[in-house]
Design a protein around this ligand. Sequence first.
Ligand SMILES: Nc1ncnc2c1ncn2[C@@H]1O[C@H](COP(=O)(O)OP(=O)(O)OP(=O)(O)O)[C@@H](O)[C@H]1O
Ligand SMILES: [Mg+2]
Length: 390
Amino acid sequence: MISGVENLNGIVEQHRIVVCVGSGGVGKTTISAVVALHAALEGKKVLVLTIDPAKRLANSLGVDALDNEARQIPLEAFTAAGLEPKGELWAMMLDMKRSFDHLVDRYAPDEETRRKIYDNSLYQYFSTSMAGTQEYAAMERLFELYEEGDYDLIVLDTPPTAHALDFLDAPNRMADAVERSALQWIYKPSLATRKLGFGLFNMGTSYVLKTIARFTGSEMLDELKTFLLNFSHMFEGFRSRADKVRKILASEVSAFLVVTSPDPMTVDEARFMQARLLDESIPFGGFIVNRVHKPYLAREALQTPAAELAQQLAVCLGRDPNDGQMEDLGQALIQNALDFQTLADLDAQTLRGLRERTGNRTLIRHVPYFSRDIHSFEGLNQVRQELFGQ
Ligand SMILES: Nc1ncnc2c1ncn2[C@@H]1O[C@H](COP(=O)(O)OP(=O)(O)OP(=O)(O)O)[C@@H](O)[C@H]1O
Ligand SMILES: [Mg+2]
């Protein structure tokens, strides 16, 4: 727990960077947007920096598209939802390829190196498929934006990686991978090519390997050599910025929120992430348990006999109360409510377990499972009311 901060409001109020981490699909992008929306309503100039390949966030925020540039969410989006922001809400979506170009533009030592990197036929594969590229691009961008100091708060949404906290190591891992391969190329060319296939690229990016296979052996090695040698000029920059980003993330300006679903396995992963954050002296802010099933009917209501419910339904729907279909419908509704209640009980049990294991001082907030996806500004605001109203 971050000292002196007892609630989510405090976390948003007292930090300059809030990072949402969590397993795949738990709601990181949604919660990032909600946290940013809240901060904007409270008077901050806030940027949500997202990596949402599905591009759903642009819809939710009421803008046509998001790209590598920050865009301000128009006032109309707020007023249409009955909201009056005291601050400003900005959003940016990282495009991997363009982030990498940006990096080359900024850090290549001279025009010639820059041109050689861009002209290299392997560049586009490196810039989109190298292990850790996406995470690295996010870290780079975060660092740059933080240093520029245009925003009171930056909310960082993290990518859906297999290991959710890998992005913390991404800059170093990527620099290591490139450096190792480049050195091996110089000293042991055959080993270097073998390593490239299995070490530098993510498994599963087989199109990269297929493309490489289209070159003849010597052409490919030439391209690779040129690329790695030119790219190696940027290593120093990679490392020093990686260290700086880490320092910022581990400092009191940052807070990490671990987003999870109420599924017991996902909660275990979330606790593992909390432990790793604490291990690495990175400030853990709290858990957001998203998509919690809430009991929506009192137990007594579930005792209503199907026949009685059928009568009530028939009246509501203006149908014949003796219609046999009405009783089937009543029966199905009762069963559905009972199933939902079972899920709600299980979720409540998991939440109690989490509370017991983490102690009273740990911030835990939950968001109900809404009957629809959160794809509109109103939807985000509904989540906000649940999250910050507690
Ligand atoms: N509380 C909720 N109730 C209903 N739907 C939700 C809720 N929270 C999120 N969703 C929906 O679940 C889907 C996944 O959410 P989101 O994209 O935020 O997850 P994510 O963790 O960012 O996923 P990824 O790991 O793929 O980046 C979205 O369609 C979103 O609208
Ligand atoms: Mg996401």
